[in-house]
Design a protein around this ligand. Structure first.
Ligand SMILES: C[S@@+](CC[C@H](N)C(=O)[O-])C[C@H]1O[C@@H](n2cnc3c(N)ncnc32)[C@H](O)[C@@H]1O
Length: 103
């Protein structure tokens, strides 16, 4: 992935880690989680998503793809986040939400 990004001149940073242990620094405009959280048990996938939501910038996006059966739980995590989120799209195994500006 990094070689492909470098070849295109894209400033990409890679990290190999157990997603349950990742602690993010800073904020990002897009949080894309593509079919990974279903590999974790419910408690861990809730904790991982909850942590990562806290690092999406105002007006930034969550683009989450996973098993359809997990989506109601993920939506509950988004709705419980201290920030305001607008659900843009939820269909099948897809949930797109935008973090609203603070306060
Ligand atoms: C269905 S694959 C999706 C992979 C990738 N997102 C894609 O679209 O091709 C699920 C991935 O989650 C990874 N995975 C499982 N448990 C993980 C964990 N605790 N931390 C990080 N990755 C994990 C697996 O190694 C696998 O590569």
């Amino acid at each position: 992935m990094l070689a492909a990004a470098l070849a295109e001149g894209l400033p990409v940073t890679g990290q190999v880690a157990d997603i349950r242990d990742v602690r993010i620094d800073g904020t990002f405009d897009i949080l894309l989680i593509n079919r990974t959280l279903h590999m974790l048990d419910r408690k861990d996938r809730t904790a991982v998503l909850s942590h990562m939501l806290g690092h999406v910038a105002a007006n930034g996006w969550l683009l989450l793809l996973d098993e359809r059966s997990n989506m109601p739980g993920f939506r509950s995590v988004v709705e419980a986040d201290p920030a305001d989120w607008s659900i843009d799209r939820q269909k099948g195994g897809l949930l797109f939400a935008q973090r609203q500006p603070d306060g």
